[in-house]
Write a protein of this length. Structure first.
Length: 362
């Protein structure tokens, strides 16, 4: 038995990709003609296959309930996006697309996705967040099993100003005031960066393999930890030594004074923590299910609102519509929209390996 370093998720996911997609009552994107008067306001990040160079961004209109363009970046720029689109963030009139295996950050105008600039010199970048109109941050794995870093980006010149060392495999970030919380997924910590000085202010232990962070209405920070997986010599999971996931919350003024809720099973990996527009209801996936809980609940929920395994999960902050994408790296991916109660609305087919959703307001 040994604990393995975190493997690149796109390799495992590609190998296990679903070969078929189940349908829900839906519009047919092959027969519905998009209404050009209804602008796209949801953008779907299509990861693409590892080393395939087929990543893309699809666009969807909630007003017309139509898929507007399966690969809008390609259409807008007459070139492919790159290899493994990891995430996308919108800041004002700019979109920032992190392309992991191409080691770059594509800057585009919104909502047409026309290229503005490309930030290069990154190493296995993952996620982007902006602290202001002038400065942003990108997490970088750098390599597997080593300390990662956060690149500080000048958003006026679209260049790297400096890098800040973090823990192993830094992933998502959360900005709270002048503090940037970075989830170090390859260990059990958060790196806290002072955005005024761009220096590490503290490192806080939370739980094994933190994956995602949100802030609730009262200001508390919530961290979802998926648990650290141990492997046998044949690369099967060693459940005797694998740790269960946990949900941790704390006041930013006292990050070490934490409330912890531990999941009962160590054989599933909780992830994709989301919060609704009221800041009072949390959503997350755990195995082949999606759960919902109030921030005041003392215990983790045991009854899911959706019984389905999703590769990507999103929550529209305007109306709490849930978006879930099925895993598929061999062809088009289906995403399904749900009411916040878990009742399905409709579904659409987009690009390869849809992994996340971006909600845009003009």
């Amino acid at each position: 038995m040994y604990s393995s370093p975190r493997f690149p998720p796109y390799i495992t996911r590609s190998a296990l990709a679903f070969l078929s997609l189940m349908a829900v009552t839906a519009c047919d994107p092959d027969t519905d003609t998009p209404d050009p008067t209804q602008p796209a306001d949801v953008f779907i990040v299509n990861e693409g296959g590892f080393n395939k160079g087929n990543a893309g961004i699809s666009s969807f209109s909630t007003a017309s309930r139509q898929l507007m363009n399966v690969n809008q970046f390609q259409t807008a720029n007459n070139r492919p996006l790159g290899d493994v689109a990891q995430s996308m963030t919108v800041v004002g009139t700019r979109g920032y697309i992190v392309v992991n295996n191409s080691n770059k950050l594509e800057v585009v105008s919104m909502p047409d996705l026309k290229e503005v600039a490309t930030v290069t010199g990154l190493q296995l970048p993952r996620y982007f967040v902006a602290a202001s109109a002038d400065k942003g941050y990108v997490t970088e794995w750098v390599d597997f099993g080593v300390s990662g870093r956060v690149a500080v980006i000048d958003l006026k010149t679209n260049t790297i100003l400096k890098t800040i060392t973090t823990g192993i495999t830094p992933e998502t970030m959360l900005l709270v005031g002048n503090k940037l919380y970075v989830a170090n997924n390859g260990e059990n910590t958060l790196t806290i960066i002072n955005t005024l000085t761009d220096e590490v202010a503290a490192t806080v232990t939370v739980g094994d393999s933190p994956t995602s962070l949100v802030q609730d209405r009262t200001g508390r920070v919530w961290v979802l930890n998926s648990g650290m997986v141990a492997y046998n010599p044949d690369y099967t999971e060693d459940y005797e030594h694998t740790t269960p996931g946990s949900l941790v919350s704390f006041d930013p003024q006292s990050p070490t004074a934490q409330t912890r809720r531990t999941f009962a099973s160590n054989q599933v990996r909780p992830q994709k923590l989301l919060i609704d527009f009221t800041g009072t209801t949390l959503y997350f996936s755990n195995g082949a299910a999606v759960f919902r809980m109030n921030t005041t609940d003392a215990a983790l929920p045991t009854t899911p609102i959706i019984r389905r395994r999703f590769y990507g999960l999103g929550l529209d902050p305007r109306d709490n519509t849930l978006y879930g994408s099925l895993e598929n790296f061999s062809g088009p991916t289906k995403f399904i929209r749900y009411q916040s109660t878990g009742t399905p609305i409709d579904s659409f087919a987009v690009g390869v390996g849809a992994n996340s959703f971006v909600f845009y307001r003009q």
